[in-house]
Design a protein around this ligand. Sequence first.
Ligand SMILES: [Zn+2]
Length: 589
Amino acid sequence: MSDFDVKISNARIVDGKNKEYIGSIGVKDGRIIETGKVTGDAEREIDASGLYALPGFVDPHSHGDWGFAWYPNCESAVMQGCTTVVAGQCGLSPAPLREYVQAPGVLWDEVYEKEPYLYHGKSLHKLIDINELHEAKFGWKIEYKTMGDYFELLRKQGIGINFVPLVGHGTIKYCVMGEDYKREAKPEEVSEMKALIHQAMVEGCRGFSIGLDYDPDVFASKEEIDECVAVLKEYDGIYVPHWRRTGRRRNIKMGSYSAEPIEGIKEVIETARKTGVRLNIAHLAPGWHTVPPMTPMIGEAIGKATLKPIDDAIEEGLDINFDVIPWECWEPFPYLCSLHFTQWLRLLGSREKLVEWLKIDEFRQKAWDEIEEGKLFQRLVINPCVNPHWAENFKIVTHKNPEYAGKTLAEAAKIHGKDAWNTLCDLIVLDPDSMGAHTDYRGIEAQMKEFFKHRLGTAGLDVGIRDDKDVMNRNPPYATPLPDTFSGYPKFFMRYVRDRDFLTMEEAVQKTSTIPAKTYKLKDRGTLLPGGYADIVLMDLEKLDHTGHPELTTTYPKGIPYVLVNGKVVVDAGVHTGTRPGVILTREA
Ligand SMILES: [Zn+2]
């Protein structure tokens, strides 16, 4: 018998304990046995000359949830080096389930074919109806009821990476209140929710998430939230809120005003203070809406000011961590026309038909009026109702006319000689296949750097799990998975370690593995030390790259040739082996 199952030789090891050295790693029975100068033979030897060996990435904020059941190989995660994800975020977990369920993203095409809508689709559906569509697509019905049942299902089929489960407040609220969720819960309903949280914690969840900008959590009272979070205390669970940045994101009319997001950060800190429960603030973002628009200087100032109440609370003795989405483009609707014409695309059915109508001035005006009336959901950064600088946050990613490609809409309008709205309409008419994205491109990097400079700032991708097949929705507005789904971590290392020289490799390892593992109390993970689990990424930093367009990536990255999960080689010479050595990291695990 060999001394090791796998031996990785000549790697540049960054171990998560402030050590970087050239050496070898001996792996046996899922664990790292020896590092450094490793002698002895192995079943499998991987020559890692020229490669970094890093602890597998631990994504502290994933929407993997049901993705584990649909894509058990977890291709999109593991192919980019992710070996563990914390899922069940933003208030939504795959269970517990009773009569109703929120339609999952991968079924939107099917759901909206059955129940078309113009402005706001129904989010809650009868499980029995969703199951009909689910069975047609995946060949099986959702029959599990509890998180415990869901774990059983995953254990039977196996999973490619490790899954840290949270239970979602929204899911629990739907269980208890069904379709009648748009009100404060009654005391007996809150008691029932608490019982369901207890159950999920006993079954192995490590914490509880909430989505305070979304249905149904946006309707929860402070008392309800505090009472639910307090349940976690006896389990040493963690509270992971999608904090209130805007409140309910509907009917935002011209001139609307919502509270500054910083109030939402203070709100979740207050809950942590009151309940004494550990807190991980999900996807930290600027604490203020910025008009005048964000510039690097304002971005830096806002970054610092946003961190202030967090640092004060840590100083006071609260246990707080936070994660940050490392990439600035998070629009899953890739066409230029999908960003402001979603309702018309749905109604008309195609980009080509939209183009015909966009040639008519009255139609342009009508579409604009609907935006002003707040009839459709729009991201604040590109919503003209609240952001006079919306056109500066709007990027024309590709266009037939090279003069416009890569420009913001505001820049394009200057070249085109018309206002932003008519420029947008004209550009779509000129090239209906033009791709677009949005974000604040100017100050966001400066602000993000402040978050990542902070010793606790970790990188959380906020994406689902899937494979690279059939990625484009058939129905307008043609959604695709977010680009980070496929290469969020490679881009993080390219951006902050290799190209910008902003973080050292060791700091980047802390932010992508070591700290998230600590935050969620994952035993023996997040480092490459003898005795720990062998979750290992081999990375070619020079060759590291996304494939396809950076803002519209839907394919696996380059530069991650090997990934081991619990000592098994899951990515081998850049190819997924089909092995599923992942485990569910329940509270006791
Ligand atoms: Zn969220």
